[in-house]
Structures are given as structure tokens and as C-alpha cells.
Design a protein around this ligand. Structure first.
Ligand code: NAD
Ligand code: TYD
Length: 337
């Protein structure tokens, strides 16, 4: 009999891509669970509409009654938690939704998963919990946690709860920490889709500070494949870093996007820096590659082209997701910078 897996945050960027992968790669039944916040969009799961192994449930991980209902209705074997508030700039404007979803929501989910004896729980986390690097070195799983933004502080708190449930209750938890993702269906508030969309409409491309902050970029499908491998083969109680060894300063990415779209660099506008802006992230992925044999498949040039082409072909998707709420957010984040 196929295993029943509860995937939370399944209508977001990475969660939706993961659910599609999981249903093609193994004998699973997926219960998709998502609150459909501004970042969650059922359209992202359209291709699964007629799939008998996929059930969508609208629900909030902050709500005990929503979780009770889904755990009572389905015999859940495993849980993968993608549900989160995920944007650093929003966490700087207001941290409270980050505490509610990322911390309280995760603790709720841990409690219900424990009560219902799930056999495996995977927490999807981020390299941002490690803080910021100088010019050299990489984050390993042993690096101390030193989050600098309210977003990363909330993800760190969640990771600490997951760890504590493993230690205290022998709860079968695993944690993955991944670097910056890019690819289709990413909400256009994040660097790469925001720059693509602004360039296409000849709007300013707002680069924070000097544009020399470095992120380690990974194509979303590579991240999803890594999560599946950790979920299936990882050792309980362990953390696995995921990254594609692809460090790039922001300004270089912005220039590559402009060049691919044949747009002038005069669209670049250097704006006031993000407060507490982490300088550099870089992941050491030795553990996952040596223990589980995972390696990334996409190189950045190819992945970026696939991503830009997807946005060019799906402008109507972007139009639909950038609701009134997003327009207000855009104005308050960028108009006085
Ligand atoms: P996203 O913002 O695109 O999607 C988040 C999803 O969670 C949305 O569908 C939203 O509706 C849902 N959600 C939010 N609050 C919820 C709640 N209270 N209950 C139920 N559902 C809720 O985010 P993403 O980029 O797909 O990130 C997914 C996960 O991966 C997050 O946990 C994030 O911290 C982690 N992560 C992201 C990246 C990245 O580069 N995007 C990198 C590493 C880790
Ligand atoms: P982002 O996509 O928000 O991811 P994160 O902050 O989680 O790494 O930002 C990636 C980098 O791009 C980060 O250094 C901030 C920078 N950035 C800009 O320069 N301008 C922008 O408008 C945005 C959204 C991000």
C-alpha cells in the first residue's frame, strides 16, 4: 500500500514543485495542506487536479482544529513541512506572522505528528539560520546558528523545536537546510522573478546596497530531489545541508537577466540597503553527497534560461498572483528607498 504523506505549504513555490516530484518518483499518496496565503496559489497544483493520489486540503498549521481534522481523516505516515512565511523584507516590516506560522505553526505540526505517531517528519529549513559569512568559508551542518533577520530567527526557532522533539521524545525528525532557490512559480517578490518582471516592463531594477551580496543559487528541482532523498534515506535526528555550489553576487545575476532579455543596464537602480543584510551565504554539501549520493543536476546558466523562459510564457500567472495585497507591499518596500 502506498504511504500517505502530509505535505504542508504545498501550494507555494517549492512545495508545489516537490509534490509533483513526489507523485512521479515513488509509491506515495500526498495530502497537500496549505492556508493559501498571498504566496500560496492552487493554480500551482493544476496539473494534479485529476490525480487520484493527490488530495488538497485548505488549512492553517497555526490552527489546531485544522490539523486535528486532517490527521483524523487520514492515516498519515509521514510529514514534510514547507509551510512558512518566507520573505526577509516582509519579516523586517512585521515579524509577527513569521512567529505565528514558522514557530507556533511548526510546534503545532510537531505535536499532531507526534500524537499520531508519524514515522518520519522532515522540516524544510534554510541556510539563513547560520547567519552570514565573510569572504571565505562555507556553512557546514556543524556551523553555529546565528540568524540575523526576523525570518531566519523564526526558522531557527523552528529548527530548535524540531531538534528538541527528537532529543526529548525520540521523535523521528530530520532537517534540511537549503540555499536560495530559483525556478518557475516563484512569487515575484524574490530577487530573480522580481528582476525578470521589472525588466520586461522596463521598470527600475532595485538592487540593494552595492549589489555585492552573495547567495548560493540552486534550481528548485534539485532542491526537491534532495528533500525526497533525505526523506527516504536520511538518518533520523540529522541535519542535511543542500546547495549547488553556485555563488553569485546579486548584481551579476541582474546583469545576466538583462542581457538574456536584451534590456539595457541603465534600468539598474541602486537603492537603500536592506537592514541587517547578510553579506554572503555558501553551503558545504559534502554530507548529503557522500551519505546519500545526491548531487545537483542544473547549472546556473541553463536553470536561469529555463526560469526566464517560464516567466515569459506565463505572464498571465504573474498577473493573477500579484493581487492588490502585493501591489501595496511593493509600494511600501520600494517607494521610499
Ligand atoms: P512560499 O512563500 O512560496 O510558499 C509558502 C507556502 O506556505 C504558501 O503556499 C503559503 O500559502 C503556505 N503557508 C504559509 N503560511 C501557512 C500556514 N500558516 N499554514 C499553512 N500553509 C501556510 O515559500 P517557498 O519559497 O516555497 O519556501 C518553502 C519552504 O522552503 C519554507 O519553509 C522556506 O523557509 C524554505 N526555504 C526556501 C528557500 C527559498 O529560496 N525560497 C530556501 C531554503 C528554504
Ligand atoms: P531574496 O530573493 O529576497 O532572498 P534572501 O533575502 O532570502 O536571500 O534576495 C536575494 C538577494 O537579493 C538578497 O541579497 C537581497 C537582494 N535583493 C535586492 O537587491 N533587491 C530586491 O528587490 C530583492 C527582493 C532582493
Amino acid at each position: 500500500m502506498s504511504k500517505k504523506i502530509l505535505v504542508t505549504g504545498s501550494a507555494g513555490f517549492i512545495g508545489s514543485s516537490f509534490v509533483k516530484l513526489m507523485l512521479t518518483k515513488g509509491d506515495y499518496e500526498v495530502i497537500s495542506f496549505d492556508a493559501l496565503t498571498y504566496a500560496g496559489n492552487l493554480e500551482n497544483l493544476d496539473s494534479l487536479k485529476d490525480n487520484p493520489k493527490h488530495t488538497f486540503v485548505k488549512g492553517n498549521i497555526e490552527s489546531k482544529s485544522d490539523l486535528e481534522k486532517v490527521f483524523d481523516e487520514h492515516k498519515i505516515d509521514g510529514v514534510i513541512n514547507f509551510a512558512a512565511e518566507s520573505h526577509v523584507d516582509r519579516s523586517i516590516m512585521d515579524s509577527s506572522p513569521f512567529v505565528s506560522t514558522n514557530v507556533f505553526g511548526t510546534v503545532n505540526l510537531l505535536d499532531f505528528s507526534k500524537k499520531h505517531n508519524v514515522k518520519r517528519y522532515l522540516q524544510v529549513s534554510t541556510d539563513e539560520v547560520y547567519g552570514s559569512l565573510g569572504a571565505t568559508g562555507k556553512f557546514t551542518e556543524k556551523t553555529n546558528l546565528k540568524p540575523n533577520s526576523p525570518y531566519s530567527a523564526s526558522k531557527t526557532a523552528a529548527d530548535n523545536f524540531v531538534r528538541s522533539y527528537y532529543k526529548t521524545f525520540d521523535f523521528p525528525a530530520l532537517i534540511t537546510r537549503c540555499s536560495n532557490n530559483y525556478g518557475p512559480y516563484q512569487f515575484p517578490e524574490k530577487l530573480i522573478p522580481l528582476m525578470i518582471m521589472n525588466a520586461l516592463s522596463d521598470k527600475d531594477l532595485p538592487v540593494y546596497g552595492d549589489g555585492m551580496n552573495v547567495r548560493d543559487w540552486i534550481y528548485v528541482d534539485d532542491h526537491c530531489q534532495a528533500i525526497l532523498e533525505v526523506f527516504e534515506k536520511g538518518r533520523v535526528g540529522q541535519v542535511y545541508n543542500i546547495g549547488a555550489e553556485n555563488e553569485m553576487p546579486n548584481i551579476e545575476i541582474v546583469k545576466q537577466i538583462l542581457s538574456y532579455l536584451n534590456k539595457p543596464e541603465s534600468l539598474i537602480k541602486y537603492v537603500k540597503d536592506r537592514p541587517g543584510h547578510d553579506k554572503r551565504y555558501a553551503m558545504d554539501n559534502t554530507k548529503i553527497s557522500s551519505e546519500l549520493g545526491w548531487t545537483p543536476k542544473y547549472d546556473f546558466e541553463n536553470g536561469l534560461k529555463l526560469t526566464i523562459d517560464w516567466y515569459l510564457d506565463n505572464m498571465d500567472w504573474v498577473e493573477r498572483v500579484i493581487s492588490g495585497e502585493y501591489r501595496d507591499y511593493y509600494k511600501s518596500n520600494y517607494s521610499n528607498r
